[in-house]
Design a protein around this ligand. Sequence first.
Ligand code: GLA
Length: 399
Amino acid sequence: MRLLALLAALLLGQPALAQDASSDPNKLIPARTAKGLAQSPPMGWNSWNKFGCDVNEETVRRTADAMVSTGVRDAGYFYVVIDDCWHGPRDAQGFITADAKRFPGGIKALADYIHSKGLKFGLYSDAGRRTCGDRPGSQGHEYQDALTYAAWGVDYLKYDWCNTGTRNAEEAYALMSDALKASGRPIVFSLCEWGNSKPWLWAANVGNLWRTTGDIYDHWQGPRTYSLGMLDIVDRNEPLWPYAGPGHWNDPDMLEVGNGGMTDAEYRAHFSLWAMMAAPLIAGNDVANMSDATRAILLNKEVIAVDQDRLGVQGRRVRKDGDKEVWVKPLAGGARAILLLNRGAAPAEIGFGWDEIGYPARLKTRIRDLWQHKNLPRRAGTFSTAVQPHGVVVLRIEG
Ligand code: GLA
């Protein structure tokens, strides 16, 4: 019966229950991706949000050094990913080369350096003939590129969707997924087709994470040409919570924390919402030159623990009263992470009842504030507190 219900849910495109790992529909399909990868949402750094196409060897090395010296690596951010524009031309045999001016030492030496720092190394390519930045894409070279990446020591591939013409996304991503697997090296596979063909319905056995939306830009709310503000992305990613789980995550795009377009309160909200959504935490700032405030956000280990919780359930919004929202993420061992979000421009009192978070009203719980880093008095039944404009309060509650 349960199998029938799951198949029906899959066919109808309805989310099957993700709360119960044993009913995960994706378990019915043999995994293409290497086993054991991305059991918690991947964490790392990517060059795109801060440096765009202006990326080079020196920037990547300096960032890796800073990830170690500032404690970013030790907080769990392991992947160092070079996004678009690292490429040179293909050689006479069709092998991809690095841009010789920007990466004079070559990619292999850079990957070795990253590995020597106890970090992992990632690259970017595209399922079309050209990348979004008009560098050579992987179409027609999938197996050749996968072998090249493996030989270089690549641990993570972000695979974009520009210039793909009439290609079918599921077929194109499955092809590269098979090529990565055949390379023999475990490589996290990050699908970046912006949610166009609903990858949450088919990609759990193809990749480890899939973008659910268009690109983020460093702004609280409201779109800009092809990009979306932070809250626009939240609203698109939230309903997809049933599809996320260990090894296969919804990806609402990389972090903008520290890039200057939002206030620190807004960045705390951005970071906390990503953690509640079990999103990949891929920093996108200049780590070598970050402020103390940025560091305190990216290194909030209690909020990171919410993101990385081993239950692997994506949190969801359980109440919305205008600008006031209550979010819940179930955590291993029966605890809950709770996020109170104030989208408005004035301070707001936001509260909730135990019934909304799946606790009996009489249960007297421990409550910890994960931004103030302090325990609050135990209580039962309800909780309410003031939340600053464009701010969040994040709590860990347990019986
Ligand atoms: C697309 C992706 C971005 C980034 C750029 C690079 O827009 O969605 O994340 O990789 O391409 O050109």
